[in-house]
Ligand binder design. Structure first.
Ligand SMILES: Nc1ncnc2c1ncn2[C@@H]1O[C@H](COP(=O)(O)OP(=O)(O)OP(=O)(O)O)[C@@H](O)[C@H]1O
Ligand SMILES: [Mg+2]
Length: 474
């Protein structure tokens, strides 16, 4: 049963502000919950049904941005409105980019607050939330841990997460780019008793080779030129929590020895330090390269590999689990409707067929981007084939070959056949571009990366008339 009144959560470390805002919202007929920081707020979100969060940006420990990120993970259609001080536009813009619904400035303007709250709650209803909401705490039918999917490959992963999340065991996650490795790493952390401690991510590919050691283990004052103070490394920062080493395959070999020792003995020294430090850290590593091959090439140490690979999780590519495309599409529809304030309700069967056929080299990240773009540009309540990028529309189509042609004689030589096929392809691409731009030649030319003049010439050559641009190729 859904509560009758809409439930609003107000988060601010400043008691007076909390009271003022809560009183106004209660007067307007909402049920109001309050929390004094991000941690309290998250606890409330996990246990209660909340329709809208209004949070201060600057708070101790978990701040508004982090709260936003984690709240969306718990419930991705939940609108979050940020409170910002007057004149801190940068923060507000950053928050909007991260997916905040809107922001209100201090001191509050009652009618502004009222309008934003109404709009946010309406958007949430439009996102289909009422219809699809599960009783609080129950897993969605096709998702667990914020990971969408019902394919055998994903079910096996839910199972491993459930088994190993709350253990100290090291996990090595592998999979192509965009398959959800970071999502799984966070799920392991969130479902362990370490969830209230830090989750520290290190992208090993992004750290220059000679800074790697001080990044991981920290340094003492005077350890090298420029070390004017001492600084803890990521291992220390993750103390009691989880350290996520992303792209572990790009750690230089000499660092691999040090990492192995830190893992095996649970101890290390800061650069330039003599004191041996011990920390309790759970390690999760991820890679999109084949570490076995790196080992064969001498780029990755075998002993470190076995130390990391205690529990391997291999994420299947989206190609290997096409049955998950549909639930993912539904999930992204909801997510981006809420985020982009749109109300696109469904995907046209023709577009759905294209999405199902495309090989998704960028996996779920690519599907997510395609859906975001489609919803952003859609001006109807359904995603049409023409809202999808050319890549998706083309790679899904059978290649234009002699078998499809009516204008090529099989007795033609290879050269002639290729030429005819090329001009069919060219014509096809041009017609598609024109369709996509509603017949606007200038825009179509831009899409095709040729000049307007060039496109007009081509169209003439292929006997495509400018006003006849929506007809199908013969
Ligand atoms: N099963 C899933 N359900 C819902 N969203 C997903 C799923 N898998 C991935 N995503 C989303 O796809 C995007 C890419 O996921 P993530 O960053 O975890 O991939 P990755 O494997 O770490 O990629 P890379 O190797 O490029 O770092 C994220 O926005 C993530 O939320
Ligand atoms: Mg990643």
């Amino acid at each position: 049963m859904l509560p009758e009144k809409k439930q609003i959560l107000v988060v601010d470390d400043e008691p007076n502000l909390r009271k003022v805002l809560a009183a106004q919202l209660a007067r307007d007929g909402y049920d109001v919950h309050t929390a004094e920081d991000g941690e309290q707020a998250l606890a409330l979100l996990r246990d209660h049904h909340i329709d809208l969060v209004i949070t201060d940006l600057r708070m101790p420990r978990i701040d508004g941005m982090e709260l936003l990120r984690q709240a969306v993970e718990i419930d991705d259609t939940l609108p979050v409105v940020m409170i910002t001080a007057h004149g801190t536009v940068d923060n507000a813009v950053e928050a909007l980019k991260t997916g905040a619904f809107d922001f209100i400035t201090k001191p509050f303007d009652q009618s502004e607050v009222r309008a934003i709250v109404r709009k946010a709650l309406r958007t949430r209803d439009l996102a289909g939330h009422e219809a699809t909401r599960q009783p609080s705490g129950a897993p969605q039918a096709d998702a667990r841990y914020g990971i969408i999917g019902m394919s055998p490959g994903i079910l096996a992963i839910y199972d491993v997460i459930a088994r190993v999340a709350d253990t100290p065991t090291t996990v090595l996650i592998s999979g192509e780019s965009g398959t959800g490795k970071e999502l799984v790493a966070r799920a392991l952390h969130e479902n362990s008793s370490r969830r209230d401690k830090p989750f520290i991510k290190v992208n090993c590919a992004a750290i220059p080779r000679d800074l790697m050691e001080s990044e991981l283990f920290g340094y003492e004052r005077g350890a090298f030129t420029g070390a004017v103070t001492s600084k803890p490394g990521r291992f220390e920062l993750a103390s009691g929590g989880t350290l996520f080493l992303d792209e572990i395959g790009s750690i230089p070999v000499e660092m691999q020895v040090k990492l192995l020792r830190a893992l095996q003995e649970s101890e290390f020294e800061r650069v330039g330090g003599i004191k041996t430090l011990r920390v309790d850290v759970r390690l999760v590593a991820a890679t999109n390269s084949d570490l076995k091959r790196e080992i064969a090439q001498g780029a990755f140490r075998e002993d470190l590999y076995y130390r990391l690979n205690v529990v391997p999780i291999r994420l299947p590519s989206l190609r290997e689990r096409k049955e998950d495309i549909e639930p993912l599409v539904t999930h992204f529809l909801k997510k981006f409707n809420a985020r982009l304030k749109k109300s696109v309700k469904s995907v046209h069967p023709e577009a759905a067929a294209l999405l199902a056929r495309y090989p998704w080299p960028g996996n779920i990240r690519e599907l997510e981007n395609v859906m975001e773009r489609a919803i952003l540009f859609s001006d109807r309540d359904v995603v049409l084939a023409q809202d999808l990028p050319l890549d998706v529309r083309q790679d899904s189509e059978p290649p234009p070959g002699p078998a499809l042609s009516q204008d090529t004689d099989a007795s033609d030589g290879l050269k002639e056949q290729v030429k005819a096929a090329m001009s069919r392809l060219e014509r096809h691409l041009i017609v598609r571009a024109l369709e996509q731009t509603g017949g606007n030649v200038t825009h179509a030319a831009r899409l095709l990366k040729i000049s307007r003049k060039g496109l007009q010439l081509k169209m003439k050559e292929l006997s495509l008339r400018e006003r006849d641009d929506r007809s199908d190729p013969p």
